[in-house]
Design a protein around this ligand. Structure first.
Ligand code: NAD
Length: 263
């Protein structure tokens, strides 16, 4: 499965899909290629509705790519069955404390990320390093933007927030982020990071360091949803035998440590 590329050993696995939209379908098609069994699907907008909890019963891991409004209830239902979860749905992070309580009380494993793409996660690490390098040079302003398809529910995207939080942490001369199309008031302390919603773009992020004389950019462009699906399946194989609350960064850090001795 996807894990073989990264050196994480995997074994045959059964998964259930909560949410059978663009991502649910992308995961299903990759799972079929990798010989992973999709034993259940739940989605109110498809024929696979109202079959909780039998739908989830046979699965080793449930993968939730649904809607921010339903994610906590979905986690509660899967946790009640003792199922480990991969949560890719974005826009629910104010509920993390409550979800952590559910995970602990049910003694399951849950791994979440606003973005399960390996490339994006390594891009965030690059952005952290770049922010550290550019922070002492105030002639370089720091900003960026994101582009996603026009059906996306959240704005800014969860990944945009992750990128900006990373920039703030590693470039302390910047103290806040202006998202959306709002005008910035304090260019010295604010990061401008607008969002464009257009067509079918799976996800583009660009971070810019700009001085009067030159511009340095780092960008990550997803060509399709396969990168997210690969990461989600890697996360499923990683979480199936673990208990606790994790992020995708825990996997990346483990791989970096095992393969390169860095953290
Ligand atoms: N973490 C990542 O790597 C990653 C990547 C892409 C998208 N996403 C996120 O995943 C989510 C889904 O994205 P998508 O592109 O597949 O969206 P989508 O709109 O194509 O599909 C979402 C599906 O969830 C279903 N749904 C709604 N409520 C539900 C419920 N209570 N139970 C089960 N299903 C329910 C909808 O009917 C719909 O079919 C979004 O939050 C998106 O931001 C995350």
């Amino acid at each position: 499965m996807a894990g073989s590329e990264t050196g994480i050993k995997t074994s045959p696995m059964k998964i259930a899909l909560i949410g059978y939209g663009k991502m649910g379908r992308a995961i299903e098609s990759l799972a079929m290629e990798k010989g992973i069994d999709v034993t259940g699907k739940v989605d109110p907008l498809t024929p696979f509705k109202d079959i909780f909890p039998q739908t989830l019963q046979q699965a080793d891991v449930c993968l939730d790519f649904s809607h921010p409004d339903s994610v906590k209830e979905n986690i509660r239902e899967a946790a009640a069955l003792g199922k480990c979860l991969v949560v890719g749905t974005t826009g629910w992070y104010d509920q993390i404390p409550e979800v952590k309580r559910i995970v602990k009380a049910s003694n399951i494993g849950l791994i979440y990320s606003p973005n399960f793409s390996l490339g994006v996660n390594l891009f965030v690490k690059l952005a952290a390093k770049a922010a550290e390098l550019f922070n002492p040079f105030p002639e370089f302003d720091i900003g960026g933007f994101e582009i996603h398809h026009n059906q996306k529910a959240d704005l800014p995207s969860g990944t945009a927030e992750l990128v900006c939080e990373t920039l703030l942490k590693h470039a302390p001369r910047k103290q806040s982020v202006v998202y959306g199309s709002k005008k910035i008031k304090d260019p010295e302390r604010e990061i401008h990071y607008p969002s464009l919603r257009i067509g079918h773009v799976p996800g583009t992020h660009e971070v810019i360091f700009d001085s009067p004389a030159e511009t340095v950019t780092i960008s990550c462009v997803s060509r399709n949803r396969q990168s997210f699906a690969m990461g989600a399946l890697l996360a499923a194989s990683w979480i199936r035998d673990r208990k606790g609350f994790f992020t995708f960064d825990d996997i990346i850090n483990q791989i970096l440590k095992d393969k390169h001795g860095i953290h």
